[in-house]
Design a binder for this molecule. Structure first.
Ligand SMILES: *[C@@H]1O[C@H](CO)[C@@H](O)[C@H](O)[C@H]1NC(C)=O
Ligand SMILES: *[C@@H]1O[C@H](CO)[C@@H](O)[C@H](O)[C@H]1NC(C)=O
Ligand SMILES: *[C@@H]1O[C@H](CO)[C@@H](O)[C@H](O)[C@H]1NC(C)=O
Ligand SMILES: *[C@@H]1O[C@H](CO)[C@@H](O)[C@H](O)[C@H]1NC(C)=O
Ligand SMILES: *[C@@H]1O[C@H](CO)[C@@H](O)[C@H](O)[C@H]1NC(C)=O
Ligand SMILES: *[C@@H]1O[C@H](CO)[C@@H](O)[C@H](O)[C@H]1NC(C)=O
Length: 521
């Protein structure tokens, strides 16, 4: 056989075999406000997470893994593969009456996987905007949606309030595809989403690959859990922590139910299972990130250094049961899932994420050496879900006032701006990073450590590999590194799109939509 014919035969054979081997199913679980400290394998012997621990122990634990400090930003990067400076979502979350959503021009992760032949389903929290129907998950690549559109609500009634110009609004936020679903209003959301995920798996056409995205409501506030999950934790004196622990164990049980169903349906052997938090734990709602500094909403590690792991029988034996310390970011999932796992083409879509599949599955160095945490020119940090931390947990907020910024180092980048960037082991923070205290878990009996933040301080530099808890600020000692990182921030800033953070719209009032949260354009 001549060489050409040999090649032809080989190509034909390999095409034939790929026709018959389906790309892996992908199950992506996103926990909400789940703290770095709050999983068994992070030295937590109080909160029980047996299913998550077992899954992580059989897979690859990501221990240099980053997410964004709050909900919408992380979800936007997961679904777009882009930094917020490229989607206009730099500032805060999307509040229910804001006419805003993940920009409609570009394909979402679900669009791409659907193009690649997947059936894509979502059950849980969307939080990427809903002011017009084009923004809704079933118009963004998902075949089905059971869940809620905004950022938080009651776990059982599935309704939420909002104060608009001192008017109190209230409405159901729960949908089955596009339709309001009021018949779930006595069922705890973790049970609803687990059951729907199981149903999707059971009814899935096994001739096609499945993409199942489960962004749980758990373990975000409000603190609510059925009594049976709380009972094992009555010994925890801190009431928030006690309920949060029960919510976490319920979520862990839900994950166990979902993976059991994948096994029962014969899908597990060809499934890649990914677990991630969306941001750091919320201290004011029972979450904890000890020993990291700061928490949800801040640019400190406690806001951004997330819990995450990947597990799959498809992973080579050499990496099963290992810890991966390569730099990986939530924006990396888009190309990793599309190119790395589904074997599909990005077709020129310009992304900020990297395909890190070889890093996860073979342990090769991450293609990512730099990570823009964010540049938020709107300045003031979002409040902690509308609340301020108690004085016992934070330095005087006036000390974070960036108008008193006394930084004199020559810099094209305006260091009053809230921003952070990582390059290899170095991390630079500018502006007001948010609360930077070290908060031990309440059950430890240790006291919070509140740093002294001098008035006017607005630049911090850390070597995260040597100093993962951000104790030793090196901004006075490492001028060259400082200069380099400030220049990098300036370069990113020049390529940023304007912030899109529109005023709330009175047409969003649920009273105008049969007491549901609905689109209004
Ligand atoms: C709610 O109603 C929908 C539509 O009739 C149905 O498919 C679903 O099973 C119901 N769910 C519950 C929990 O009653
Ligand atoms: C898990 O499945 C069991 C058995 O069906 C059920 O009793 C339990 O409520 C489920 N838990 C969750 C969180 O879905
Ligand atoms: C790739 O992009 C081109 C140009 O945008 C488009 O015409 C084509 O349909 C795309 N192909 C796939 C497979 O997405
Ligand atoms: C800013 O002021 C604080 C407190 O006075 C001081 O610790 C810090 O070194 C000053 N920074 C610069 C760059 O002057
Ligand atoms: C720097 O940014 C701050 C906060 O956004 C702004 O108030 C200030 O005017 C800026 N300074 C300069 C020189 O642009
Ligand atoms: C309004 O909502 C109720 C359930 O809360 C439903 O029974 C009714 O059909 C809805 N009306 C319209 C016009 O959609």
């Amino acid at each position: 056989m001549d060489f050409f014919l040999f090649c032809l035969a080989f190509l034909t054979f390999s095409n034939f075999s790929t026709l018959h081997a389906l790309p892996p199913n992908i199950v992506f679980i996103l926990a909400d406000d789940y703290g770095f400290h709050d999983i068994g394998y992070h030295n937590n012997d109080i909160i029980k997470t047996p299913n998550l621990d077992a899954l992580a122990s059989a897979g690859v634990k990501l221990e240099n893994y980053y997410v964004q400090p709050i909900c919408t930003p992380t979800r936007s990067q997961l679904m777009s593969g882009k930094y917020q400076i490229h989607t206009g979502l730099q500032h805060g979350i999307i509040w229910p009456p804001q006419p805003n959503c993940l920009p409609l021009g570009d394909p979402t992760l679900a669009d791409k996987l659907t193009q690649a032949g997947y059936d894509s389903h979502i059950t849980g929290k969307w939080h990427l905007g809903f002011y017009k129907k084009a923004c809704w998950p079933t118009n963004r690549g998902f075949k089905s949606f059971l869940g809620y559109l905004a950022g938080s609500e009651d776990y059982v009634t599935h309704s939420r309030g909002y104060v608009f110009n001192s008017e109190h609004w209230h409405g159901l936020d729960f949908r089955d595809d596009l339709e309001p679903a009021s018949n779930y209003s006595s069922i705890y959301s973790t049970h609803v989403f687990a059951q729907r995920a199981q149903q999707v798996i059971e009814q899935h056409d096994k001739q096609k690959p499945l993409f199942l995205y489960v962004p749980f409501q758990a373990v975000h506030g409000p603190l609510e859990v059925p009594d049976s999950y709380r009972e094992p934790y009555m010994f925890i004196a801190d009431k928030n922590r006690q309920i949060y622990a029960g919510m976490t164990t319920c979520m862990d049980e839900a994950v166990g139910n979902i993976t059991d169903t994948l096994k029962k349906e014969g899908l597990w052997s060809n499934t890649v299972f990914i677990f991630s938090t969306d941001n750091g734990g919320q201290i004011l709602d029972g979450g904890n990130n000890w020993p990291l500094r700061g928490w949800k909403g801040s640019l400190w590690e406690g806001g951004t250094h997330g819990v995450g792991f990947v597990t799959s029988p498809l992973l080579p034996a050499e990496v099963q049961g290992t810890v991966n310390r390569e730099l990986i970011h939530v924006s990396d999932w888009y190309p990793t899932l599309v190119e790395g796992i589904a074997g599909w083409n990005l077709n020129g879509t310009k992304l900020d994420g990297y395909n890190v599949w070889d890093t996860i599955s073979q342990g090769v160095p991450s293609p990512r050496i730099e990570l823009l945490h964010n540049i938020d020119p709107e300045g003031a940090p979002p409040l902690q879900d509308g609340r301020l931390a108690p004085p016992s947990m934070t330095s005087p907020s006036s000390n974070y006032d960036t108008s008193t910024c006394n930084f004199t180092f020559p810099s094209a980048f305006n260091v009053s701006i809230r921003a952070a960037i990582r390059y290899k082991d170095w991390k630079l923070i500018t502006g007001n990073p948010g609360v930077g205290s070290w908060i031990p878990p309440p059950e430890s009996g240790l006291e919070p450590v509140v740093p002294i933040v001098p008035k006017g301080k607005c630049v911090w530099l850390f070597n995260i590999a040597d100093d993962p808890y951000e104790v030793f600020d090196l901004s006075d000692e490492q001028g060259d590194v400082l200069q380099f990182l400030l220049d990098r921030l300036y370069a990113y800033q020049k390529g940023a799109v304007p912030v899109n953070y529109p005023d709330p719209d009175s047409r969003a009032n649920p009273a105008l939509h049969n007491n549901t949260w609905d689109s209004w354009e």
